[in-house]
Design a protein around this ligand. Structure first.
Ligand code: AMP
Length: 440
């Protein structure tokens, strides 16, 4: 299958070629013909599958079919794309800019945390596609700056995350303002009951496409868990980072405060790192992300919301420093690595008190996660520790230090000589090791 087979017009095909895309990804091959036909779509797919192009390319094509708009009238908003976070909205806008480079299509971004003045000005100039986060869009609608009455295509990207972030009322409010006769494209990485209910109220006879089923975490991601008390996590992280195999890591913490604390530890031990979380200004978040993308940082410490949708190539490791509060965030988090066919590694630090959450994650992903040995000197109690729970250490049989003495998990005997990896799991081949987690 080639992009040309999908019925997209020449300017779009040229843009796709200049982006270096040779063949459509599965979601693109399946979704584009339906979106071109005007059907509603329910897409169950994670970021990294090429879903942005799956909706953006046919939207641009359809907008162009009407011909060049008159310069005399202000162009109405004809496509509205809602995204949960500013970062994802920016990423979508970057894609639309690239895909529409040879066309007359104009787009703009609407999101909070920055002045609304340039956004209002852009809307007044006349815009074909608006990419927005729900909160700021509702604010601008309330002020009379946004007219959605000409919207032909309404996209909800990462709808599950929008619900998690409490945007349900905003979404319903916005949906009431777009015409009833429209095309709706609804994307979600997971499919909890609330998502099915919401999609049921917004979509009409949708075509359903499921690319990465909820329960199968990216197959290219190897997963492991360290059972480690909270107090030993800084040492464990530091020890793991002694391995240069961890070239680019995204570290997740539960809170902003936690992210700042981890960052302090990392900077003290000389690791190039920064944070991305909701407590930082938009410009600082963007700078941290740009530094991470530009390889100027080895580690980016993030909270779930800030990291949502981050599309950075070559993330070798995702480290769940804190186990996610919402189980399904685990799927989103580890989806940041192992993209585009590359192998990624996801390591989770689980406090002994949080084992039940680990089980819940294993149930959601329908597979057990390998328990890795905590390096001995990480597991050893700090000299000042009193009342330390030694039974935990016994139970998880701390590893003997490896030859390098860095406490990394032991090498696989069959690995190539000189190979040193933070976690080797099933990478060297063979079927994934299955364990009956119910018996543990
Ligand atoms: P998305 O899932 O939309 O966030 O896309 C993930 C990444 O895949 C982005 O960096 C896109 O530029 C890239 N991409 C999308 N479609 C293709 C394609 N057909 N071939 C190669 N790369 C693609």
């Amino acid at each position: 299958m080639k992009f040309a087979d999908l019925g997209l017009c020449e300017p779009i095909l040229n843009a796709v070629a200049s982006e270096g895309y040779e063949t459509p990804t599965p979601i693109q091959a399946q979704a584009i013909p339906h979106v071109l036909n005007g059907s509603d779509l329910f897409g169950c797919a994670q970021t990294g599958t090429g879903k942005t192009a799956a909706f953006a390319l046919p939207i641009i094509h359809r907008l162009m079919e009407a011909g060049t708009p008159s310069a005399k009238v202000r162009r109405p908003i004809r496509a509205l794309i809602l995204a949960p976070t500013r970062e994802l909205a920016i990423q979508i806008a970057d894609c639309i800019l690239a895909y529409s480079q040879n066309t007359f299509i104009r787009h703009t971004l609407v999101f909070g945390g920055v002045s609304q003045v340039p956004q209002v000005r852009a809307l007044q100039r006349g815009i074909d596609i608006v990419i927005a986060t729900p909160g700021r869009l509702c604010d601008l609608m309330a002020q009379g700056h946004v007219d959605l009455s000409h919207v032909e295509t309404f996209v909800l990207d990462e709808a599950d995350r929008m619900l998690d972030m409490g945007f349900i009322h905003d979404i319903r409010h916005i949906a009431e303002r777009v015409p009833k006769k429209r095309q709706t494209l609804f994307f979600s990485a997971t499919m909890p009951k609330e998502i099915r209910e919401l999609s049921g109220t917004l979509l009409v006879k949708p075509v359903s496409i499921e690319i990465t089923p909820v329960a199968t975490t990216a197959e290219t991601v190897e997963q492991g868990v360290f059972i480690v008390p909270q107090s030993n996590k800084p040492r464990l992280l530091q020890t793991l980072l002694a391995d240069s195999e961890i070239a680019r890591a995204l570290v997740f913490t539960r809170t902003k405060h936690g992210a700042d604390k981890v960052l302090r530890h990392l900077l003290q031990s000389g690791v190039r790192a920064d944070t991305i979380h909701g407590g930082k200004t938009q410009s600082k978040r963007q700078r941290a992300l740009a530094d991470f993308k530009g390889n100027r940082l080895r580690v980016l410490v993030a909270t779930d919301i800030a990291a949502r949708g981050i599309d950075v190539d070559g993330i070798t490791h995702v480290i769940n420093y804190d186990i996610p509060v919402e189980i399904e965030s685990y799927v989103h988090r580890i989806g940041r690595t192992g993209r585009a066919g590359a192998t990624g590694i996801a390591l989770t630090f689980c406090d002994p008190a949080e084992r039940s959450k680990l089980r819940a994650i294993e149930r959601v992903i329908r597979q057990p996660i390998d328990v890795l040995k905590v390096p001995t000197f990480v597991a050893a109690p700090p000299p000042s520790a009193v009342n330390h729970d030694f039974s935990e250490r016994e139970q998880h049989r701390p590893a003997r230090p490896t030859e390098g003495g860095n406490g990394m998990p032991p090498r696989r005997p069959q690995g190539p000589p000189g190979e040193r990896r933070a976690f080797q799991g099933n990478r060297a081949g063979g079927p994934p090791r299955r364990r009956d987690y119910s018996s543990r």
